[in-house]
Design a protein around this ligand. Sequence first.
Ligand code: MGP
Length: 205
Amino acid sequence: MAQNDNLAVPAGDSKYITVFNDPVNFNAKHPLHNSWTLWFDNPGKKSNANNWEQSLKELITFDTVEDFWSVYNNIMKACDLQVSSNYHLFKHGIKPMWEDEANKHGGKWSIQLPRNKTMAEIDNIWLNTMLSCIGEAFEYESEVCGAVVSVRKAFFRIALWTRSSDNQDVAMSIGRTLKKAANIDGVFEFQPHHDTKSGGRPWTV
Ligand code: MGP
């Protein structure tokens, strides 16, 4: 018996496309514009800026939509992580630290979410933030370095790191897109990683 003989819908009927019509493309993965690396850290109380990097763990790199979901579905949800943990999702090749070449002149948009939000809400905001990054939702896409979720005793913090911190129009565009994607009320603030001069900041959206 041929493979398709027992199908209710004939394979050639274009109204119903199934894996049997086009086994190669049906199983194709959908590439992302960039590769992304997920990092984790939980530096603990003894950590300081000099030894902080030691607690940073590179977990996995992916470059397709399907692989993103398989990572997301198989790791602990951000809201279940221990206090003081962070997930960092950064473009592959950029370390999630201020010192990296891509971050050293940059800054971050961030918002603190009080723990009175439900865990599902927190996780959804983080998921939407990651999707806006890997889905290249931003007008100034090349400005985006990565995103971080931080679990703290009194709050969760979501942040999006940018490559530069001196162009207000660029930063505001990213901030507005992030706020819409994350789908939260509340105010995001932008701060350069190295705040040498305030320049009217923090900028807010
Ligand atoms: P944090 O976790 O970004 O701030 O940095 P938070 O959440 O306000 O502080 P916490 O104490 O509640 O966790 C905390 C500390 O980690 C910083 O003061 C640094 O000592 C160290 N650290 C964090 N980052 C992102 C870096 C980094 O990129 N480079 C270095 N060298 N240290 C860092």
